[in-house]
Design a protein around this ligand. Structure first.
Ligand SMILES: Nc1nc2c(ncn2[C@@H]2O[C@@H]3COP(=O)(O)O[C@H]4[C@@H](O)[C@H](n5cnc6c(=O)[nH]c(N)nc65)O[C@@H]4COP(=O)(O)O[C@H]3[C@H]2O)c(=O)[nH]1
Length: 892
């Protein structure tokens, strides 16, 4: 088409382009629907538009056409990218070739240049996020169309190029950059709108996904979810479990927490809400509620919600039931506490590799956890147990899943120690062993204590020899052994002579040194198989094992050994710078398979030892059965006598003492009425009581009974004047508290001291004359009189008697008995009577049985008598009723 005005022609073509652009926008760009192969379709559409505008060009010359394809293709390059542009370029080039003419080449180059500049511009501003504004677009339009004019100038023949330049240069430069701005603004606007829509769609999709995700997340959370305001009113709630009925039915809505929870939980929740109000959130608050399954504990996580102005603050409260967790924590805590107990602990896997140890393990073994983790417990092996021990342990573990026992292990420092070990296999739900837990206690101290106790219980602490207990045990063993082997054994009872004296004079330390040395010598005097024991004090026992089967030979062998021991013990003892010479008495008793009782055997050796002592010490004696029988009876009597005091089997007999044929007093004589043996005379039990110390309680009993009797007679018309003579043994008199005791008895019974007479033997008063005199003086102050009993049989010295407050001498009945036949006895009696008169004290003869004896004595000025001639010792009632008159001093 030929236009007279190029402005009009170009504007016309540009208008077509803009119209086509608007249509394109409506059809393609503005389509919300997702168009597949959009670039392809867009490129074809643009190519068609290019053809449309190229079909209505401005014809400048034959085959030379100007149209707005440059605007379209440059905008296509700028906005749509390479694929649509390439398609549009292809369409344009093909159409231009179809149109043909001398401007074809220029037209094609011009097409390519426009599209290329569009693509180049697009590429250059790719980094920029600034939107395309009209000045830039205008500049773009100018660049494109200057290029177009240059292409024309270059590729058209000169005259035509000149014609084109002069004809269309100004219109092109005036119109097409503006059209470029308009088209690009339109496309840019549309593209921007499309971008916005796309972004919106993306945003909507994200929102939808987010909401979906949130809902899924919420559904996955097993916790209760509440919306509560700051005052504690519920606004929303969702619960998977706790109080779900309430939540599900919406019953919580608009309720207050106080209607649902206990006061304490409410207060905790409200405090947490306040914290969340200040900080935006609050975590970790715990409350306890009573649920269907009892007490449950909940942990709250609170977040403040965005609220409208004027609306009270609201919070989303996530309440998690942590009861099980707490319980598990508690169990873990218990397990952890148990793990860190005083016992050493090792946890291993099934291949016995150590996984964990506790502090006690480190304390006991010296190994730190790092040193043993991944190692095997065999690191502790002491080497004291053989392979069988560990095999048995593993077998038991496999069978019973448990092993317990004592084991010797080795510490890091190499010290071997005993431990009490318990290994337990841990199994899973399928009864498969998953771990082994070993707990152990170091029992070194316990073992030591056991050993100490054993030593204390069975060994003498001073000498280290077996004590009585172990001795008896060994003796029992030896007796059992005799049954199998028919050899004899011998028991040796060794008692050191005069040990007490050494102990008392030199002190216990020296005594102990001697005992230790004796133990040492004894130990080295016999074989290993023989037992040397210490019974206590200075008594030692030796068991000689496996002597000859022949009794005589065995006795000979035992005697030889005993003699050797006597010699050994006779050797001097160097004790603390001085030399001590000691001897020992040894009792020997053989035993064989017929002997059964160890204690009896011991008794026999003891008896033999006493025989050795009796024989003058420093010697040995074999056991004599007769002596043992005596000792046995003695021991039996001793225990019976002890019972006699408690069982009130003792009574006093009264034997009259006379003067001029009348009773002045009586001697009280002790009798034991034995339940089986009947009346036992004092001669049978007094010496025994003296020996075993029973004489003290016996003497006290006699004194108290006599005093009570005196007090009972106090108001009697005749008996109130009778004196009572009480025998006081030397042992009793020597007691420190004797005087105080007499004083107490007089006070308690109310008896008069002047009616009491103590008969002391000569030996009793002469033990310690000064002390005796002192005691007698004190007793005299209480009114008590003294008679020296059995006078003449001892070694009384006149000198001593002169210094003692003695009131009477009693002539022993052995002198009275033969006074008429034996001139020596008569001479002694005469001397005693003379001595008494000389000292100014009275004299009494005991054992007067005949008138002849009485007359003989009377003739020698002795007028006080005691004896069967006057009266036998009588029980109380008989004495009280005897027909002898009481001597009345007042009328005498
Ligand atoms: N053949 C003969 N004997 C006569 C005659 N007159 C008295 N007798 C006995 O001579 C003993 C006198 O007692 P004694 O010399 O103190 O000798 C007492 C005394 O030493 C002791 N005794 C008795 N009672 C006690 C007591 O209560 N305490 C203490 N310590 N010793 C007592 O027992 C010894 C023996 O006492 P008894 O057996 O009661 O023997 C008594 C008595 O029964 C007589 O005419 N002819």
């Amino acid at each position: 088409m030929m236009y007279e005005s190029p402005y009009f022609a170009l504007a016309n073509n540009a208008a077509l382009l803009l119209a086509m652009g608007a249509i394109y926008d409506a059809l393609v760009l503005s389509s919300r629907a997702r168009i597949p192969y959009k670039s392809l379709i867009g490129g074809i559409a643009l190519g068609l538009i290019a053809i449309a505008i190229m079909a209505t060009p401005m014809m400048v010359d034959e085959g030379v056409i100007i149209d707005s394809r440059s605007v379209l293709l440059s905008a296509t390059g700028l906005f749509f990218g390479s694929i649509p542009t390439a398609i549009a370029v292809l369409f344009s080039v093909l159409f231009r070739l179809y149109e043909g003419g001398q401007g074809t080449l220029a037209g094609i180059v011009f097409i390519l240049t426009s599209a290329g500049l569009g693509l180049l511009w697009r590429r250059l501003r790719k980094q920029s996020d600034q939107p395309l504004k009209w000045p830039e677009l205008y500049l773009f339009g100018l660049v494109v169309h200057f290029s177009m004019l240059m292409v024309m100038g270059i590729f058209l023949p000169d005259p035509i190029a000149y014609k084109v330049t002069t004809t269309v240069a100004y219109p092109v430069l005036l119109i097409y950059p503006v059209v470029t701005v308009l088209l690009c603004m339109g496309l840019g606007h549309q593209q921007q709108r499309k971008k916005t829509e796309k972004a919106l769609r993306v945003s909507e999709s994200i929102n939808r996904r987010t909401v979906d995700q949130l809902q899924t997340t919420l559904q996955a959370i097993p916790d209760q979810l509440f919306e509560i305001d700051i005052d504690g009113h519920y606004y929303d709630c969702r619960s998977m479990d706790y109080q779900d009925d309430l939540s599900r039915d919406g019953l919580l809505l608009s309720q207050h927490i106080e209607q649902i929870m206990p006061a304490e939980a409410c207060s905790t929740l409200l405090s947490a809400l306040k914290e969340a109000e200040q900080n935006g959130h609050a975590h970790g608050t715990q409350i306890t509620l009573s649920g269907k399954d009892g007490q449950r504990c909940f942990e709250l996580s609170i977040a403040r919600r965005h609220t409208l102005v004027g609306q009270s603050p609201r919070f989303v409260v996530l309440s998690r039931d942590i009861s099980d967790r707490k319980e598990a924590e508690q169990e873990l805590h218990i397990a952890a506490t148990a793990f860190n107990s005083q016992e050493g602990m090792i946890i291993t896997d099934t291949s016995h590799r150590i996984l964990r140890v506790n502090n006690a393990f480190t304390q006991v073994t010296g190994y730190s956890a790092a040193e043993v983790i991944d190692k095997k417990p065999s690191i502790l092996s002491s080497g004291r147990h053989d392979a069988d021990f560990y095999t048995n342990m593993m077998e038991e573990l496999n069978t019973h899943k448990y092993w317990q026992g004592e084991i010797w292990n080795k510490r890091k420092n190499g010290e071997v120690y005993p431990e009490w070990l318990t290994i337990t296999a841990v199994t899973d739900d399928h009864a498969q062993v998953t771990n082994y837990v070993a707990a152990f206690t170091d029992i070194t101290q316990r073992k030591q204590a056991e050993a100490d106790i054993h030593t204390l219980a069975f060994y003498d602490s001073l000498t280290g020899l077996p004590n009585r207990r172990l001795l008896l045990d060994r003796l029992e063993q030896s007796l059992l052994l005799r049954k199998r082997r028919h050899q004899l054994g011998a028991l040796m009872f060794i008692d050191l002579d005069n040990f007490k004296t050494l102990n008392d004079t030199q002190g216990h330390d020296i005594g102990d040194c001697l005992l230790i040395e004796v133990a040492h010598r004894l130990r080295h005097s016999v074989r290993e198989v023989d037992t040397v024991a210490r019974l206590g004090g200075d008594e030692f026992i030796i068991i000689l094992e496996d002597l000859n089967a022949d009794y005589n030979q065995a006795a000979l062998d035992a005697e030889q050994i005993a003699e050797k021991i006597v010699q050994t013990l006779n050797q001097p003892y160097p004790l603390k710078n001085s030399e001590y010479h000691g001897t020992a008495s040894i009792g020997l008793s053989l035993f064989d398979h017929r002997d059964k009782n160890a204690k009896d055997l011991l008794k026999r050796a003891d008896v033999a030892m006493y025989q050795a002592k009796e024989s003058g010490r420093n010697t040995l004696r074999f056991f004599d059965p007769k002596i043992q029988q005596e000792l046995y009876l003695q021991a039996e009597m001793e225990s019976e006598l002890r019972r006699a005091i408690a069982d009130e089997q003792l009574v006093l007999y009264y034997q009259a003492q006379t003067y001029l044929g009348k009773i002045t007093g009586a001697e009280v004589l002790l009798r034991w009425i034995h339940p089986e043996k009947g009346l036992v005379p004092p001669g049978k039990f007094i010496p025994l009581a003296e020996q075993c110390g029973l004489i003290i309680p016996l003497g006290n009993w006699v004194l108290e009974t006599a005093c009570r009797q005196l007090a009972a007679w106090a108001d009697h018309p005749e008996l109130s004047k009778v004196t009572l003579s009480v025998n006081v043994s030397a042992h009793q008199f020597s007691m420190i508290d004797f005087v105080a005791n007499v004083e107490r008895v007089l006070r308690e019974t109310g008896a008069e001291g002047k009616l009491l007479k103590f008969e002391l033997t000569e030996s009793a008063v002469l033990i310690d004359v000064d002390s005796t005199a002192d005691k007698m003086m004190q007793l005299k102050d209480l009114g008590i009189n003294f008679s020296i009993d059995d006078f003449g049989t001892g070694y009384s010295s006149l000198f001593h008697l002169k210094h003692l407050p003695v009131d009477q001498l009693k002539i022993d009945r052995s002198f009275v008995r033969d006074i008429n036949e034996d001139p020596d006895d008569l001479a002694i009696v005469q001397a005693i009577i003379a001595m008494a008169h000389n000292l100014g004290i009275s004299v009494i003869a005991e054992g007067v049985e005949t008138e002849a004896q009485k007359r003989c004595l009377e003739k020698r000025q002795c007028r006080h008598f005691q004896g069967f001639l006057f009266s036998q010792p009588l029980p109380l009632d008989q004495f009280e009723n005897c027909d002898i008159d009481i001597f009345n001093y007042e009328t005498a």
